[in-house]
Design a protein around this ligand. Structure first.
Ligand SMILES: [Zn+2]
Length: 564
């Protein structure tokens, strides 16, 4: 058989010297400043990990509230236990300004506090001592803001006219409906959630169900325990006329024999849910294959019907995808793969691994949630339907990328990244797999990366350092410029190709903002790719191909190509 590889190509790196007129070395351009509106004081209060947040470490919350559907009212307390890291007399907590602070107690001592926008500065009469643990009780009440998917606490009705109340607050922050230390860096270690509601209703919150208690006044309290660190915004109440069914996944982590799968839906959707939620098992199996055990085994896994599309509440994923495949019955990436699975089950549950177990420490680095989870969709497709479908699926995301601003935004001002964090983030990870060019190594890296950072809150620098430590020595390169170009710069790298027909050569280099950008890429023809090692300086190689026939593996590497 004719080997196209040897017949078509003579891979000859002629010289490291530039063949085109040399250009003066470009000074590395600094990353562009954050675009968009300037931050407000509210943005700073929300996003900055300032002195009065950094002086303590959250240990435990007990959110214990009563919800009155008729009055659209919530009231109760959050018991907050924390360890002081420095001596200080003040801490920063958060509660939306429209909700009342009823009192804040240290033991029996009422504490003074000062409200500023959605922040509550809590003052202590005596200095709190570093290393010591303290517990305060924060009583509050009022009518929380309502809204859509990420809009707070919504008091609605189900199709049968029953009360249906749900929270989703990643955008606005959990302080929209309960008092807490509302930031991303410090997750509470564990939590108890107690929600008292009219006795005819059901509350499904995060964690393991402990039981319910009839309070004797027409209300019943539902108690849940969260046995892992949890993001504030992930804490949820889903209150409705739910029916419950369950399943089990054999053998999982944490020494358990089975992983409980619990499903809660409105009665009219029970049959549809039994059919559609069967996908949960295959989803968990796929992600466990790549990353290891489901990370919240002691708390179980739940899917809970809601009227919005869905949200990754930890161990209590909310679902509103019409009990149909695709995303809201659409072909999500438009390439025929998305109708094979339920996008919300696959995506939102993927966040159990990236978002909930591995969490970003600032919203600026939210690609760690969304880019990774979008890539997890792709891994699910590969595991269930094969590599060809996965490649098609991930490349379907290109139409959604804008390349208008960097994915990582300014820290400390709670500035959500652009939508590119999802799709460009996933395409970047698919590109990194091609850079590694060794799937065994890639799968091991993904697994080890997850295991290393499980239950931690990290930044992009942590991801880069880990990848460099694992891959750098073998690849013989520092991957930082590659990460920076895709995450901290706006434009994609462009592979510039200059053909010289007379010589039978092509000159090539990367056009990139990162002066040290150096990324291998496959070129030539698809049935016999050849790996070249372009940098931002010109190199020249022989080729028997011309401008029209010389191809670049742009489905494996998310780059632009310019030919001349
Ligand atoms: Zn997501």
């Amino acid at each position: 058989m004719l080997s196209l590889w040897s017949a078509v190509f003579v891979s000859l790196l002629l010289a490291q010297q530039p063949a085109q007129p040399p250009q003066a070395p470009a000074a590395p351009a600094p990353p562009p400043p954050t675009t968009g509106r300037p931050p407000t004081r509210a943005d700073i209060l929300r996003g900055e990990y300032g002195r009065y947040r950094a002086n303590n470490d959250l240990l435990f919350y007990h959110l214990d509230v009563r919800v009155d559907p008729a009055k659209k009212w919530i009231g109760g307390k959050n018991t907050i236990r924390f360890r002081m890291l420095k001596d200080d007399t003040r801490i920063q907590l958060d509660l939306y300004a429209n909700l009342n602070v009823d009192k804040i107690l240290l033991g029996t001592t009422p504490l003074k506090y000062e409200r500023e926008l959605n922040t509550v500065w809590v003052d202590f009469p005596q200095p709190l001592k570093a290393g010591r643990e303290y517990t305060i009780e924060f009583y509050y009440s009022g009518n929380p803001q309502q809204g859509g998917r990420f809009g707070g606490m919504t008091f609605g009705k189900d199709p049968a006219g029953q009360d249906w109340i749900y929270t989703a607050c990643e955008g606005q922050g959990a302080a929209v409906w309960w008092p807490n230390k509302d930031q991303w860096r410090d997750e509470v270690e564990s939590m108890r959630i107690s929600i008292a509601i009219p006795s005819a209703l059901v509350d499904v919150s995060n964690g393991k169900f402990l039981g319910k208690t009839d309070l004797g006044d027409g209300y019943t309290r539902w108690d849940w325990t969260v046995q892992y660190p949890i993001n504030n915004y992930s804490v949820s109440a889903n209150i409705g006329n739910y029916v419950h069914f369950e399943d089990r996944l054999p053998s999982t982590g944490s020494g358990q024999v089975t992983l409980p799968l619990d499903f809660y839906v409105t009665p009219g959707n029970l049959e549809g849910a039994k059919r559609q939620f069967a996908q949960a098992k295959g989803m968990i199996e796929a992600y466990e294959h790549y990353f290891g055990d489901y990370p919240f085994a002691k708390d179980g896994y739940k899917l809970i019907e809601v009227p919005y599309s869905g949200m990754e509440h930890q161990s209590a994923v909310t679902y509103g995808n019409h009990f149909a495949n695709g995303y809201l019955e659409r072909d999500w990436t438009g390439v025929g793969i998305s109708p094979k699975f339920d996008f919300i089950i696959i995506h939102e549950s993927g966040h159990e691994w990236f978002g909930n177990a591995v969490s970003a420490a600032d919203v600026s680095d939210m690609w760690i949630h969304e880019g990774w989870t979008t890539y997890l969709e792709n891994l699910y497709v590969e595991h269930r339907f094969g590599y060809a479908d996965a490649l098609k699926y991930v490349n379907g995301y290109k139409s959604k990328v804008r390349n208008r601003e960097p994915i990582v935004t300014q820290r400390g001002i709670h500035r959500s990244p652009p939508q590119d964090m999802y799709f460009k983030g996933a395409l970047f990870l698919n590109t990194l797999r091609s850079v590694v060019n060794d799937d065994q190594r890639w799968w091991k890296l993904l697994h080890d990366f997850f295991q290393h950072f499980k239950y931690q809150n990290i930044l992009t620098e942590d991801v880069i350092a880990y990848f460099n430590a694992q891959l750098g020595p073998q690849l013989g390169r520092d991957l930082t410029p590659i990460f920076n170009q895709y995450l901290r710069r706006t434009d994609l790298p462009v592979l510039e190709l200059a053909f010289n027909q007379a010589e039978g050569t092509v000159a090539y280099r990367w056009k990139a903002d990162e002066r040290d950008f150096a990324m291998p890429i496959r070129v030539g023809t698809a049935d016999s790719w050849q790996v070249i090692q372009p940098t931002t300086d010109w190199k020249v190689m022989k080729t028997s191909l011309n401008q029209d026939t010389f191809d670049v593996a742009t489905d494996l590497f998310y780059v632009n190509v310019s030919k001349q």
